[in-house]
Design a protein around this ligand. Structure first.
Ligand code: TYC
Length: 103
């Protein structure tokens, strides 16, 4: 019989350690059109933030241009950023969320 896959697959050396998957920041970008209350509502609904937390994040993005909303594994970060951006688009607002890998 042919050699099994197992016997042809290189195994990690004894010292190999499993690394944690990289985390990605979800960033909220400021714009001149989206109402403040709408930004707060999206943060609360898509990221399960309290009203007070959401207001702080919205104000930081408003004043600094961008604010980190949260960090997640890549697929979760991308899904949440897409959903939150689409919530703005569905209401005619240019609200944008982006993702960026942590160092
Ligand atoms: N700058 C917007 C306004 O003045 C409010 C806003 C805040 C929009 C934060 C986006 O990420 C944002 N209506």
């Amino acid at each position: 019989a042919p050699m099994s896959d197992r016997s042809t697959t290189l195994q990690p050396s004894a010292k190999t350690r499993t690394e944690r998957p990289r985390l990605y920041k979800v960033l909220l970008l400021n714009d001149d059109f989206t109402p403040r209350e709408f930004v707060v509502a999206v943060l609360a609904s898509e990221f399960r933030m309290s009203e007070d937390e959401a207001v702080r994040v919205m104000i930081t993005a408003h004043q600094q241009g961008v604010c980190v909303v949260a960090v997640f594994p890549r697929d979760v970060a991308e899904t949440k950023a897409t959903r939150a951006t689409e919530a703005g688009r569905a209401n005619g607002f240019p609200l944008r969320f982006e993702t960026e890998p942590e160092t």
